[in-house]
Write a protein that binds this ligand. Structure first.
Ligand SMILES: Nc1nc2c(ncn2[C@@H]2O[C@@H]3COP(=O)(O)O[C@H]4[C@@H](O)[C@H](n5cnc6c(=O)[nH]c(N)nc65)O[C@@H]4COP(=O)(O)O[C@H]3[C@H]2O)c(=O)[nH]1
Length: 919
């Protein structure tokens, strides 16, 4: 309790109290010691004054006794005893003269009548018998001392000494008035000045006085009334000075002697000591308090500075620091305080950075971040929120969040907030899609995620809002792209699959047939190539429109890509024949509609479709199977001359399956590096080998060496010809390089077949250059064989590519010449080097005159165009000879050598060097 109270006091007061607590016991001890000393002093003083009183009393008594003895002697004188006035003793006079302290000496009878008086003064006329001393002396017949009184004859203060005269008959008294003034001087002549001895009679009248006796004798004293012998007291004497008094009774009398020594004198040393002590104590106390005060300053000043610094910090001056001074502990506190400030400032800086970081993130976020309090009042609103809702931070802060909500949410918002607070588990942190209201009144979809935080007991809701308008639009666009063909707006494959699935379910439920029509446009590729893709697209859009006009509302039209369309007919008859009829009707309508001319910008274009149809009932097949069947049927329609419709035929289906299997096998074979090259020599008219033609074979694991005509068309159809052709080119060049290193084959050239697809590749020239560079062969030794069929395409592009390669030294041969339809004008434009007479003309050249004529014509044509001519497929000497006769000087055929692998060919040409040069 006391400690608690102390704790409330300031350090200064506590220090003062501590100082007092330390000094007070010393002061108390000093006081006790002084008190003890005082008592001792008192005792000693009282003893001393008592001695003075006793001595004075004894002295007076002895003097009185002497006077009594004298009076006795006088009384015993016969003249006195006789009490005869006539014969008065002369001794009386003598005695009085010798003793100036007596005013007179008289003798009186028992009736107080004067008998003798040898007076220096006339005898008193007063009635002495009225004085007690008289009566007492008469009655007791003893020496009696009277009280102080003014002598009637002397007028001076006297005390009567009465000595009975031993005359039994007459009685009588010898009366001797003692001059008290003189007696006082005698008795007290050696009394110290400041010591007062007062002798009082039984009436408390001062009889003797050691001081100013003339003044005091006869005065009544106040202090004597209750005084008893040996009783000590401090009395203020008549002179006003306090004295220590004691008294003693004068033996044999009723007089009392009061002795007094000045208190000041007695206690002078003590008082001085007391004053010293007090002064020292006070000085000590003051010094101690000053020290405490100084210490308190030492302590309080740095604390005050510390408090001041803390206040400055609290007011925002975070850079101020406490001065590190004062006592060690406070220094340590100041140091710690500064350290704490540094740490706090650092953490503030970190927090500021973090807040800035967060704010920057918030400001740069694409999402709106809005914080509200428990009442729904907006407390913060980031830039994205302003951008989304259209309100500035200043105009929305402090407003209710319901402002950003459309009705009815706005009215219900308070209950929403309740929900956030009560059933938060369901709502907090779960993103929801709701509608927002912009400042301009526009509604928009938004994703809202609310979190709740408890900031020092204050609940804040943070809303993370994303404007998902674009998302919605994107979703719609994605849905459109996902399910619709962007060019025609028709359903795409995905949506078709969905609708077909539905149609199959319906068919399974009601037993009605459905039909899937697969159609493509005849010669669409040509339109695209000749008139451009834009017109091609225009055609597709018009076809889509016409197709939609041909079907009922419940039917679907889809585009799978390119010029491939699918029509899905639903709810046909349950009877298969009727269903076929119904389908045929619609197919006819489609053929008719699509066969009408199209206006493609300024072009009028005619197109026809080929339609493959498959009927379905229930959901027994997948869409892919149905589509495949319809596809097969469509090829049937194409095979049947196009512009017609065909229902699915299972035989064709099998062919299609085989085709698919071949494609798979081809892909696998290429991936498995199953292709190899054989080389067939080309000779001149002397039979000298001038080079060879590279011929690809498929070294099939099951089928053995497969001839190119069995897989090249498939490779072209599937595009595998592109990597395969490049492989052939590089492998052949590599072999050419090998030959260039051998003297016998060093001049050989290499003919490589190039398919149309390869040649139309945009970067065909680069591919050839790459193969040349990679193998390092002389380009002049490379001869690329083109087929006539490829010359119908973009002739400009072909010429351009040929020229590029020719510049490098590469030569060109036109393969199978005579079987195609190459126009002469085309032929003249092409930078060809050689024409190759197709082996079909060579084969029957000896038996069929027309072949011979054609062969001759080709040779003449070639020569007229400045081209070399080579005949292929030469099997016999006759054929070679005939060809030579008609002007052919280059040959290729089994007659000169069948196609061989490189090592076989090397063995033939130079058996000794075969091993070294084989690849
Ligand atoms: N009956 C008979 N035939 C002979 C005679 N001399 C040569 N042949 C055959 O005639 C074809 C000549 O090749 P091609 O006209 O370019 O005709 C080639 C060529 O158009 C194509 N081809 C071959 N290799 C490739 C290639 O690497 N790329 C491309 N794109 N096509 C190639 O495949 C076609 C067929 O090639 P092959 O089956 O190897 O058939 C070769 C060859 O074996 C003979 O005396 N009698």
């Amino acid at each position: 309790m006391m400690i608690t109270s102390l704790q409330r006091l300031s350090i200064r007061i506590q220090l003062f109290l501590l100082t007092l607590a330390i000094t007070l016991p010393f002061v108390v001890m000093l006081g006790l010691f002084l008190n003890h000393e005082l008592k001792q002093l008192h005792k000693e003083a009282y003893a001393k004054v008592q001695i003075i009183a006793n001595n004075s009393a004894s002295d007076i008594a002895s003097r009185l006794h002497r006077y009594q003895q004298t009076l006795l002697r006088i009384a015993s004188r016969p003249q006195v005893k006789a009490l005869d006035p006539q014969h008065c003793d002369p001794l009386l006079k003598e005695f009085v003269q010798l003793s100036p302290e007596f005013t007179t000496l008289s003798l009186r009878d028992k009736n107080a009548q004067p008998i003798c008086s040898y007076l220096s003064q006339p005898p008193s006329t007063r009635q002495l018998e009225q004085f007690p001393w008289f009566t007492e002396a008469i009655q007791t017949q003893h020496f009696t001392l009277g009280d102080a009184d003014v002598g009637s004859s002397s007028g001076r203060w006297v005390a009567v000494l009465a000595q009975p005269v031993f005359n039994p008959a007459l009685g009588g008294l010898l009366i001797l008035p003692l001059d008290l003034l003189k007696f006082s001087k005698d008795v007290f002549h050696s009394t110290p000045a400041q010591t007062i001895i007062t002798v009082i009679d039984q009436r408390n009248i001062i009889a003797l006085h050691s001081g100013d006796a003339a003044t005091w004798i006869g005065q009544k004293t106040k202090y004597t009334t209750s005084a008893r012998p040996n009783e000590l007291s401090i009395i203020k004497n008549e002179d006003g000075i306090s004295r220590l008094n004691s008294f003693a009774t004068v033996p044999g009398t009723k007089w009392r002697v009061f002795a007094g020594i000045p208190e000041a004198e007695v206690f002078a040393e003590y008082t001085q000591y007391l004053w010293y002590s007090l002064t020292l104590s006070i000085i000590f106390l003051i010094l101690a308090l000053l020290l405490a005060w100084r210490i308190s300053i030492f302590i309080i000043q740095p604390i005050s500075r510390l408090v001041r610094t803390a206040r400055q910090v609290a007011e925002g001056d975070t850079h101020t620091r406490a001065s590190v001074d004062g006592p060690l502990e406070i220094k340590a506190v100041a140091k710690q305080f500064n350290g704490m400030l540094d740490a706090w400032q650092h953490s503030e800086a970190v927090r500021y950075d973090s807040a800035l970081h967060t704010q920057t993130i918030l400001d740069n976020m694409a999402d709106a971040v809005i914080t509200i309090n428990q009442r729904g009042i907006i407390e913060s609103f980031n830039q994205a929120a302003s951008a989304i809702f259209g309100y500035s931070h200043a105009e929305i802060t402090g407003k209710n969040i319901s402002l950003l909500m459309p009705e009815p949410h706005r009215s219900h918002h308070d209950s929403y907030l309740q929900n956030y607070q009560s059933s938060e588990a369901r709502i907090i942190g779960v993103p929801r899609e709701v509608e927002g209201l912009r400042k301009n009144g526009q509604l928009f979809p938004m994703s809202l995620s609310v979190s709740k935080i408890n900031l020092t007991g204050r609940i804040t809701f943070i809303g993370l809002i994303r404007d998902i308008t674009q998302n919605r639009e994107n979703e719609q666009e994605i849905r459109r792209l996902a399910f619709y063909d962007p060019l025609t707006g028709l359903a795409n494959r995905r949506l078709l699959a969905d609708r077909l699935r539905q149609a199959m379910i319906t068919s399974a439920r009601n037993g009605q047939h459905g039909a899937l029509m697969f159609l493509d446009l005849d010669h669409f590729k040509q339109l695209n190539d000749n008139l451009g893709h834009d017109l091609g697209d225009l055609l597709l859009q018009q076809v889509a429109e016409r197709l939609q006009n041909c079907v009922r509302e419940g039917d679907s039209v889809a585009r799978l890509g390119g010029d491939e369309f699918v029509v899905l007919l639903e709810e046909l008859s349950t009877n298969p024949h009727e269903a076929v009829t119904q389908t045929e009707l619609i197919a006819s309508k489609i053929l008719e509609e699509l066969g009408l001319p199209y206006a493609l910008n300024e072009h009028v274009y005619s197109s026809t479709p080929s339609i493959g149809i498959v009927l379905f009932l229930e959901d027994l097949e997948s869409m892919e199977e149905l589509l495949k069947k319809a596809d097969v049927a469509m090829y049937q329609a194409k095979s049947a001359g196009r512009n017609t419709a065909r229902f699915f035929d299972p035989v064709m289906q099998a062919a299609a399956a085989a085709h698919d299997e071949s494609v798979r096998d081809l892909r696998r074979g290429f991936a498995g590096q199953e292709f190899v090259l054989q080389y067939q020599v080309q000779v001149d008219n002397n039979g000298e080998i001038t080079g060879a033609e590279a011929l690809v074979r498929w070294n099939h694991p099951e089928r053995g060496l497969v001839a190119p005509l069995e897989f090249i068309p498939l490779a072209e159809e599937t595009g595998i010809i592109l990597p395969l052709g490049q492989w052939v080119l590089e492998t052949a060049c590599n072999q050419l390089h090998q030959w260039s290193l051998q003297p016998l084959t060093a001049n050989w050239s290499m003919a490589v077949n190039v398919s149309a697809l390869q040649f139309t590749q945009a970067n065909f020239v680069e591919h050839v250059s790459y193969a040349l560079k990679k193998t390092g062969v002389n380009p002049r030794k490379l001869k690329l064989e083109l087929t006539e069929s490829m010359l119908i395409d973009d002739i400009e592009d072909i010429i351009d590519k040929m020229n590029h390669l020719k510049k490098q030294g590469v030569s060109f041969s036109l393969d199978d010449f005579g079987t195609g339809y190459s126009s002469l004008s085309n032929l003249k434009q092409l930078p060809l080097d050689q024409l190759k007479i197709d082996q079909s003309f060579v084969q029957d050249i000896m038996s069929d005159p027309s072949d011979a004529i054609i062969a001759r014509a080709i040779i003449v044509l070639g020569h007229s165009l400045g081209l070399k001519v080579i005949a292929e497929g030469v099997e016999t000497q006759e054929q070679r000879d005939f060809l030579m006769v008609i002007g052919c000087v280059a040959f290729q055929g089994n007659y000169f050598g069948k196609p061989l692998f490189a090592h076989e060919l090397n063995m033939q040409t130079d058996p000794g060097d075969a091993a070294a040069s084989s690849i």
